[in-house]
Design a protein around this ligand. Structure first.
Ligand code: AMP
Length: 228
């Protein structure tokens, strides 16, 4: 179902949570349902690395180590993507902002465009579950659909449910050691944004340990409300 036709103003939804909270999965579902654009700085950075752009070359080692790429690089990439015409109905920010500097830069960018944050949704997951979730995940190389060794295999083994593709990829940084570094970065630099958005009155929370469908239901209700 696509409910984009009922939207009256652009939504800016932020998904806040550690790696493995299900931000990407939920952002993709919201994109399909509401016609919003999933804007993942991680995906944009991986594309820049694959294309060996200057930004990609600078980001590569930091990403491989599970650290945070500089605000300067991330903001340049985000600005460019936000300017694309397909974002006019609204965006779901997946993995951005990750630092207070990025959050403040986002506030300025939105203000310049006469936009405001509709909701920042905190998706809480406990650390052990997160390591288990991230370690087993893989993605269809053709359409980007996400799967998991333990929790979500394709219906027919080796064939993507969505596009029937047979090539799958695993992220280089989805290994136990790097995941721990990413988690440390999350707790030190990103978790404080929960208080940042709470102060601004836009914070919402979902239980990231719930089922994919239960979380999708809660998020869908929030988006329906903010776009009504
Ligand atoms: P993700 O796909 O969101 O898990 O991001 C993968 C990696 O890309 C992270 O571990 C960081 O190295 C980098 N990255 C993604 N988004 C950001 C961001 N907003 N700020 C800094 N680094 C980022």
């Amino acid at each position: 179902m696509n409910e984009a036709a009922t939207q009256t103003r652009p939504a800016v939804l932020i998904l806040l949570g550690p790696p493995g909270a299900g931000k990407g999965t939920q952002a993709r579902m919201l994109q399909q349902r509401f016609g919003l654009v999933q804007l993942s700085t991680g995906d944009l950075l991986r594309a820049a690395v694959a294309e060996a752009t200057e930004a990609g070359r600078q980001a590569q080692a930091v990403m491989a180590a599970g650290g945070l790429v500089s605000d300067e690089i991330v903001l340049a990439i985000l600005r460019e993507r936000m300017a694309a015409p397909d974002t006019t109905k609204g965006v779901i920010l997946d993995g951005f902002p990750r630092t207070e500097g990025q959050a403040m830069a986002l506030d300025s960018l939105l203000a310049e465009q006469g936009l405001a944050i509709s909701a920042a949704v905190s998706m809480a997951v406990d650390d052990d579950a997160m390591v288990r979730r991230v370690s087993g995940r893989f993605t269809c190389a053709g359409c980007g659909e996400g799967y998991h060794d333990e929790f979500r295999q394709p219906r027919k083994q080796g064939v993507c449910d969505e596009c029937a593709g047979t090539a799958f990829t695993r992220r280089a940084d989805d290994n136990a050691e790097t995941v721990r570094a990413r988690l440390t970065a999350y707790h030190a630099q990103t978790a404080p944004l929960i208080a940042y958005y709470d102060k601004r009155g836009v914070l919402q929370a979902v239980d990231g340990m719930g089922s994919i469908d239960a979380i999708a239901g809660e998020l869908g209700a929030m988006v329906s409300k903010v776009t009504a």
